[in-house]
Design a protein around this ligand. Structure first.
Ligand SMILES: Nc1ncnc2c1ncn2[C@@H]1O[C@H](COP(=O)(O)OP(=O)(O)O)[C@@H](O)[C@H]1O
Ligand SMILES: [Mg+2]
Length: 328
């Protein structure tokens, strides 16, 4: 395994009053990826980020950020942060916000101004940054928030619900900035309660529920893992084909095949059955144009996972070498 941007072991947080927000979370975040921490409201996502950053004191556990013990201030040197539901001082301009946080990050003088220009450009706020933040829409405030989090080229950035409350256009803009940051080599740790969001943007994700990490892996692995934990066996596969001769179709129908406009779907025990099926079709001179496993969407998987009783055997953590995540 390559370098880890975050390595958390048995992180536990009991707030005063007794709420156990984290129940021993183990988490490995590979450097260079866009990592999504997914969970419903109250799952403990913000608590995890805040404990890793030393804003909230962990009750138990240990962690490293960029290889440095999280209890040391040095662990936060190369780290950016956009808190959930943040508010900027209303008397500042967009540029003023960046200057304020840039100084906190240790930037000064020309380097600071250069960084601010670069990051405002990146988030598409270069032309509008000299207005007061009170004049900004929610999306513009979030973009300035992202710009400040990315000042000084941090290796790791925590974004706590960065698209919350934004319209679809605003969401898309934020996503594209996040992808650019990842392409530039920043590890992005992204909290969200929105599946659709995480599915399109993240390389890897973990699901947190009631302070417990249920699963970690690529989007594809999570889908498969959920299917397995539901006791569900097999998968439906769509074949887009040319004409299927009658006798071949009879056979497929026996195997549970169902006609579709340009082919058929077939239920297979596992994905390893796909190549043989394709070979068999070719043998019968059926032209195969497309083969798509239909795994359902992550939303369904997520909901069924959260509503299922806890299964200690559910596949958690270390991802085995796996097929590349689709759509990542
Ligand atoms: N400062 C706090 N004091 C007491 N309980 C808290 C505090 N912050 C969060 N909690 C509780 O901890 C749990 C996890 O909260 P949080 O980390 O904010 O979840 P999420 O970010 O996933 O919505 C919730 O039950 C919440 O009410
Ligand atoms: Mg939160």
């Amino acid at each position: 395994m390559g370098e880890l941007a975050i390595e958390a072991k048995a992180m536990r947080k009991v707030y005063r009053g007794g709420v156990e927000a984290l129940r021993g979370v183990d988490l490995d975040v590979p450097a260079g990826c866009c990592f999504g921490l997914l969970g419903p409201n109250g799952a403990g996502k913000s608590t995890l980020v805040k404990t890793l950053l030393g804003i909230v004191h962990a009750t138990e556990g240990s962690a490293k950020l960029n290889g440095v013990d999280y209890r040391l201030p040095a662990s936060r040197r190369d780290v950016g942060y956009l808190p959930e539901g943040h508010a900027f001082p209303p008397y500042l301009t967009g540029r003023g916000v960046c200057r304020y946080f840039g100084r906190l990050a240790g930037l000064r003088g020309k380097e600071l101004e250069r960084e601010i220009d670069e990051k405002l450009e990146l988030v598409g706020m270069a032309g509008r940054a000299d207005a007061k933040v009170t004049k900004f829409s929610k999306g513009m405030k979030q973009r300035v928030g992202l710009a400040q989090a990315l000042l000084g080229k941090p290796k790791l950035v925590f974004l706590d619900e960065p698209t919350d409350g934004l319209d679809p256009v605003g969401r898309t803009e934020i996503r594209s900035v996040i992808r650019k940051a990842v392409e530039a080599g920043t590890t992005v740790f992204f909290n969200s309660h929105l599946l659709a969001e995480v599915e399109v943007i993240c390389d890897e994700l973990a699901i947190l529920n009631q302070g417990e990490l249920l699963m970690q892996g690529s989007v594809g692995e999570i889908k498969e893992g959920v299917a397995a934990s539901k006791g569900g066996k097999g998968l439906r596969v769509r074949f887009i084909t040319g004409e299927v001769p009658g006798e071949v179709w009879e056979e497929l129908r026996h195997e549970g095949g169902e006609r579709e406009p340009n082919g058929f779907t077939l239920f297979l025990e596992d994905r390893e059955r796909i190549p043989a099926k394709v070979a068999q079709l070719c043998q019968a001179e059926v032209k195969v144009y497309e083969v798509t496993p239909l795994q359902g969407n992550l939303e369904q998987a997520f909901v069924s996972l959260l509503s299922a009783p806890p299964t200690p055997t559910a596949p958690a953590a270390p991802a085995q070498p796996a097929p590349p995540a689709e759509g990542a």
